[in-house]
Design a protein around this ligand. Sequence first.
Ligand code: URA
Length: 210
Amino acid sequence: MNELVTEIRHPLVQHKLTLMRSKDTPTDNFRRLLREISQMLAYEVTRDLPIELVKIETPITTIDAPTISGKKLCVISVLRAGNGILDGMLDLLPNARVGHIGLYRDPETLEPVEYYFKVPEDIAERLVIVVDPMLATGNSAAAAITRLKLRGATTIKFVCLLAAPEGIKVMNAAHPDVPVITASIDDHLNEHGYIVPGLGDAGDRLFGTK
Ligand code: URA
């Protein structure tokens, strides 16, 4: 296993992912399951946040109790399917700032084309969590992270639901400083750039557009 990539093998994540993969799972269930898995991905991506002790009074006594310190968070959704992960992330990280990057894949070249970019002004001071359900060719994710670095982001993690080995390779080569957290490393990409076995088009399944 590549040390830049964490695959969450938790049974709850795997079970919910199986339900999401099934072509018979309707939009409302798909959306709910993605939100639930994203909460668990949020738990994993924040695992090493620094802690400091603060003095508090419980009804019984005074203690030095742990609280999160260090950089504030920012979640960047790669449109449009990233919004499905964003909701679950914000359930656990309600104070995080949010940015959006709009990229679509040119169907011929499979290269990313940017059409929207709006991120918090103080992104350089934040831990940036980039979310996109499908790390397929890796081109969009790598391009999004390059743009964020140009805007000043220095501490970045990438969270996806499924990753293809091809996409991981592209991401690791382009951004060896960016850890990848995923619920599954799938088998391969097909000739249309879809992850196999995958779950189809994440955006269409999330928003019911097909
Ligand atoms: N994007 C998707 O939505 N699905 C894939 O399998 C690959 C990219």
